[in-house]
Write a protein that binds this ligand. Structure first.
Ligand SMILES: Cc1cc2nc3c(=O)[nH]c(=O)nc-3n(C[C@H](O)[C@H](O)[C@H](O)COP(=O)(O)OP(=O)(O)OC[C@H]3O[C@@H](n4cnc5c(N)ncnc54)[C@H](O)[C@@H]3O)c2cc1C
Length: 532
């Protein structure tokens, strides 16, 4: 029997759930259909080794703005954040930098390498806080279409310019963030390469690029954007699936329903309008509107089909860069890594639960060079995190979970195939881990290795891209995912996009879901009339 809803959401990633929760809060009857057996997409907790529950893909919460957390009452709906105090960053001379929540501790660790850089840090921090406050607001914008010559576009552009007029002279420095490499950007304040690496590391995270690649300064900013909840980076208690679960709870309170194990095979389009979906098992669900959390390439190329879409749009979509070099190892182990360079007192923390292994800029660039020429990094950069240092719900008593995120492992190898290289690759990662934390690899019980093709297959991320596609300035705002359809709408009436393929891109933020819901609610009176 056909079932009818106001809104169907394709995909229970955290953005699909957020979009659904906002719509349900506004009174719509919402159904979320998820292809996997669990919710969360890239923000999921899964038992990947018997007895060990792990953040499958994303591993730290820090990009979700307070506005989303408050509006969806995520703390009341079960979310608990266990903050990391800072990032521990061993350097080549046997010492370490720590980028701590406490500015004075960070400066002290910088002073060992450069007094000047220690002094510059306060100025840099103040600049970044100011820049993030401006750009954070832009994340909540619906991108306008500058190519259109109609009244609505002129009005949207004028309104945008008016609202951001207070940027004034800061415009020029903000323009730097959207155009420069993070290396050049950081060099405006800092002289020491290890310090620039510690601060710029995140501009290489999830990106097929290095700190010297143009546009990477924006990626640095993107990672700093939320951080307005009173804590920096932190673990979600119970793993990142707990974030998605809290969003689901927020929606369920308003009647939102969920079906897992229900892959959507087709969006049903009648007379140019999306009127429902068909699942792979042949069930039909009808709705007044459909919103897709699935990647834009999956939605348009597979679920909608070329016959309903402009040829130009499909060409633009094919150009959307999703080739990824990011990997993740989810490890069950007997003991936590013991880092040679860690000194609890100097670092201002009892244990380094968030670490960056990449001593300086040259190391990061060489890791990228290997990938640039088609192979995995001989010495990859790694971010090991140890949630069980804070959270006792993930592993059997006395045992631990270590998640290692890193780069670079290209989606496709030149002159080789991953099936023959997986084992060598893991050895390469472990050699770096053991160098910094001797003996760590011998404490491993079992592990899950996620290379970009695995992320594509398991989570549905084309190219394995952790952000649904590069978050470089050429793929943001009115160009995300494609020109003319960056306002969460699509060429098919009643079909919307609500995932990270849209502005402002990836990260566990909930913002694409929130922004899409706002646009849908603007159209809702018309959609209701048309469906009547
Ligand atoms: C390895 C890795 C590490 C990361 N680390 C971090 C981190 O530490 N912190 C951070 O903030 N961000 C991190 N990210 C990025 C972040 O996790 C993602 O950008 C974000 O979770 C994407 O959310 P989303 O809801 O937009 O899309 P997704 O999570 O991709 O959700 C899409 C959902 O749609 C479902 N779907 C697809 N097709 C269909 C279909 N046909 N029918 C039904 N359902 C369908 C999928 O199964 C999935 O559940 C990481 C990502 C990865 C992969």
């Amino acid at each position: 029997m056909t079932q009818r809803y106001d809104a169907i959401i394709i995909g229970a990633g955290h953005n699909g759930l957020a979009c659904g929760a906002y719509l349900a809060k506004a009174g719509l009857k919402v159904l979320v259909l998820e292809r996997r057996h669990i919710i969360g997409g890239a923000a999921a907790t899964e038992e990947v080794v018997p007895g060990f529950h792990m953040s499958l893909a994303s591993y730290l919460l820090g990009m979700m703005p307070k506005r989303v957390i408050d509006e969806l009452e995520l703390f009341a709906n079960g979310l608990e954040i266990l903050p990391c105090k800072g990032i521990f960053h061993p350097t080549d001379d046997g010492g370490a930098i720590v980028v701590h929540d406490d500015q004075a501790i960070t400066q002290k660790s910088f002073a060992r390498l450069s007094r000047r850089d220690a002094e510059s840090y306060a100025d840099y921090n103040a600049y970044m806080a100011d820049a993030t406050s401006v750009v954070r607001e832009m994340m909540f914008e619906t991108p306008f279409d500058p190519s259109r010559r109609d009244w609505r576009s002129y009005k949207d552009m004028a309104s945008f310019a008016w609202r951001y007029r207070k940027i004034g002279g800061r415009f020029f420095r903000l323009a730097d963030l959207f155009t420069m490499s993070s290396y050049d950007f950081l060099s405006q304040w800092f002289e020491n390469d290890a310090i620039k690496c510690a601060l710029g590391y995140q501009s290489s995270v999830g990106t097929f690029g290095g700190l010297k690649s143009p546009g990477s300064a924006y990626i640095l900013l993107h990672h700093a954007l939320a951080h307005d909840v009173g804590v920096g980076w932190g673990f979600a208690k119970g793993g990142m699936g707990a974030v998605s679960a809290a969003i689901l709870n927020a929606g369920a309170k308003h009647g939102m329903t969920l079906k897992t194990g229900a892959p959507v095979a087709k969006v049903i389009v009648k007379d140019g309008r999306a009127v429902g979906v068909a699942t792979a098992s042949g069930e039909i669900y009808e709705a007044k509107l459909i919103a897709s959390n699935a990647h834009a390439k999956l939605l348009f190329e597979k679920l909608v089909g070329a016959e309903h879409l402009p040829a130009e749009m499909l060409k633009d979509l094919a150009r959307f860069r999703t080739f990824s070099t990011a990997f993740k190892l989810n490890i069950a182990c007997e003991t936590l890594p013991t880092y040679k360079a860690f000194d609890a007192q100097a670092c201002g923390m009892d244990y380094p639960d968030f670490t960056h292994l990449a001593p300086d800029i040259d190391y990061m660039e060489r890791a990228f060079d290997d990938a640039k020429y088609g192979w995995y990094s001989k010495r990859p950069f790694l971010s090991p995190v140890t949630p069980t240092a804070r959270d006792n719900t993930l592993a059997p008593k006395g045992k631990h979970v270590v998640n290692i995120f890193g780069g670079h492992a290209p989606y496709e190898l030149k002159n080789g195939v991953w099936a023959n290289e997986r084992e060598n690759f893991v050895k390469t990662v472990m050699a770096v881990m053991d160098e910094h934390a001797p003996g760590f690899s011998s404490s491993i019980i079992d592990m899950q290795v996620l290379l970009p093709p695995d992320l594509e297959e398991i989570i549905g991320l084309p190219g394995g891209h952790i952000f649904h596609g590069e978050i470089t300035p050429d793929q943001l705002f009115f160009k995300r995912p494609v020109p003319h359809y960056a306002d969460y709408r699509s060429p098919v009436a009643g079909l919307y996009q609500c995932g990270s393929s849209t502005h402002p891109g990836g990260g566990v933020t909930g913002i694409p879901g929130r922004n899409a819901a706002r646009e849908i609610l603007k159209d809702w009176p018309r959609l209701k009339r048309q469906a009547a």
